[in-house]
Ligand binder design. Structure first.
Ligand code: XIL
Length: 561
């Protein structure tokens, strides 16, 4: 039956699975042109990612140009300093959230998500914390997390936290910070548990630098995340700071590194991207820098579990780099006058230029007309479909209306198709569906009915029908396939073709010789069952395997003699 009403969903599913391009083609991706004028955040959103910036409270309060670009280009923000311990709890139990609140409300006004950075770090933490004894330090840490995370737990803008930051040293050993020296490694798990308790819905990250590529430090982080998760510690996410420098080279195997973390079941994200250079800046360095930005964005886009990319500020006017790395700078995507640099274009084009899945099917083809009907052939002609989903019209498939499962009779790329191998003296009711480059099938056209000619003395027609005798989740037996001489003369040899769904494989057959080409199986008679008098039948059978959970079975049994 044509898939045109809700109760026909079983037929619709069977049709889709029977299509040669079904499973693989629906995964097919195609390039879509970028809208050059759209902001970074629009392209990122279209890719299901965030593009973020660190925000500094000073210029946010005082500069319109800073505010306008931050709002227009980014859909995620990270307070650069306003949520660090020295800002939020400068003396014990005295909390101050002025700077953080200003950023959170800016983000909420501009439909941006906020990433909280950072709860437990060895830097920018007041002296009073560092001098506490173990018991007092642990409870100060838990209280700090509970107060800071708790303050924003019900604020929908604040969605994630760096719970611990930079717990490894440059060699990949746990950093001998005051946290570690006083509390031992357990402070890490305790911090995550306290954050989960304070906001069960927030995504909780561990964040570090020089972990972007595969190296000793990233492997140490990988092992830590793996073991924390095995112990049930709520680590949801790993942040890769990505403070890069063109004079040091691009991190090796960044995409593979992100992927190995993703394979642990965590979300990954680029959290503090900047690409510095030895000053002065010049066009060659700008161009190299742009390739670094491009390659980081592409590494994230290539990993499904990579949620997005945050740049550590956006204008060279406000960047931590010159203050921290002597003689270096120009690390961001806008210059000091808020002009876009090649790095901006690189980020923009990487976000915009990728791949999109087409989920829009073509329009319904016109009603086919049948002509040139013979004993075993008929030519169908119809008016064309159009496809607006982007992947383009790929062709048409003709189906026979036959109850629960409608077999495919043929396919082609034009608006006319000659069906072959039809049974003689048989009424066919057929319809057409269009297929696009992504494998989407249009609704079924209206049907046309024709009857093949009666077989003459020179031979005659035959028909074939297969019955699924038994099936299980990974396979089935079709027995019998019944071949019937539908003509008026004896036939000496028959050939049955049918369609094997994608991913299925024959594992055995009997009473015929079966060969497979693509998804088409051809079964030829053997000497002892080749000859059939009019009305006589022969049978054969086969067994096949299929992907676990796939419920499809072969269709489109067609006999020729
Ligand atoms: C930096 C800020 O950008 C500076 O303004 C501040 O003076 C020092 O910290 N890794 C981190 C960030 O996790 O918090 C740091 O931010 C940069 C390195």
């Amino acid at each position: 039956m044509p898939p045109s009403s809700p109760q026909r969903s079983r037929s619709r599913r069977s049709l889709a699975l029977a299509a040669l391009f079904g499973l693989l083609a629906t995964l097919l991706l195609y390039a879509t042109p970028a809208d050059a004028s759209a902001a970074l955040r629009q392209h990122a959103a279209a890719r299901g990612r965030f593009i973020g910036t660190a925000l500094a409270t000073g210029p946010l309060a005082s500069e319109t140009a800073y505010r306008d670009l931050a709002a227009a280009e980014f859909n995620q923000v990270t307070p650069e300093n306003a949520l660090k311990w020295d800002a939020t709890e400068p003396s014990q139990g005295q909390f101050s959230f002025g700077g953080a609140d200003a950023i959170v409300s800016f983000a909420a006004q501009n439909d941006q998500q906020v990433h909280g950075h950072t709860l437990v770090w060895h830097n920018q933490t007041p002296g009073w914390v560092q001098s506490l004894g173990a018991t007092a330090m642990r409870s100060a840490m838990q209280n700090h997390i509970s107060q800071v995370v708790g303050r924003y737990a019900s604020n929908p803008a604040v969605v994630s936290w760096d719970v611990v930051n930079e717990v490894f040293d440059d060699n990949g050993n746990l950093r001998a910070s005051f946290w570690y020296n006083t509390l031992g490694q357990s402070y890490i798990a305790d911090a995550f548990r306290a954050a989960r308790a304070a906001d069960p819905d927030a995504r909780l990250c561990i964040n570090d630098y020089n972990t972007e590529g595969i190296n000793a430090k990233s492997t140490a982080l990988y092992n830590l995340v793996s073991s924390l998760r095995q112990q049930g510690v709520p680590v949801d996410c790993v942040g890769f700071q990505s403070h890069l420098a063109i004079q040091y080279g691009f991190p090796g195997q960044m995409q593979q590194n992100l992927q190995r973390f993703a394979d642990l079941g965590v979300q990954v994200r680029i959290t503090e991207l900047d690409v510095r250079m030895v000053m002065p800046r010049d066009a060659t360095k700008d161009a190299t820098q742009a390739t670094y930005y491009r390659d980081v964005v592409n590494a994230c886009l290539a990993v499904t579990a990579c949620a997005g990319i945050t740049i550590w500020g956006f204008t060279d006017k406000y960047s931590w780099v010159p203050d921290t790395f002597s003689g270096q700078g120009a690390a961001l995507i806008y210059d000091q006058s808020y002009q876009r640099k090649p790095a901006y274009t690189a980020v923009h084009d990487a976000l915009a230029g990728g791949t999109v899945t087409d989920t829009t099917p073509p329009t319904t083809p016109g009603t086919p007309a049948a002509s040139g009907v013979t004993v075993s052939t008929a030519t169908l002609t119809w008016t064309a479909s159009t496809d607006s989903g982007g992947s383009g019209l790929a062709g048409y498939i003709v189906y026979r209306e036959q109850g629960a499962t409608d077999p495919e009779l043929g396919r082609g790329t034009g608006t006319s198709l000659t069906l072959t191998g039809l049974s003689a003296a048989t009424q066919y009711q057929v319809y057409v569906r269009a297929r696009d480059g992504a494998g989407n099938l249009s609704p079924a056209s209206a049907t046309v009915t024709f009857t093949t000619a009666t077989g003459g003395g020179s031979g005659g027609g035959c028909s074939a029908a297969g019955t699924v005798q038994s099936q299980w989740s990974t396979g089935y037996v079709v027995q019998p396939v019944t071949v019937t001489n539908t003509g008026t003369a004896t036939i000496n040899g028959w050939t049955v073709t049918f369609t094997l769904p994608a991913g299925h494989a024959l594992t055995g057959s009997w009473n015929a010789t079966l060969t497979v080409a693509g998804q088409t199986v051809t079964a030829r008679s053997l000497a002892y069952n080749a000859t059939l008098a009019p009305g006589a039948t022969a049978t054969f059978g086969f067994q096949a395997s299929r992907p676990s959970g796939d419920t499809a079975t072969p269709s489109g049994y067609t006999c020729a003699s």
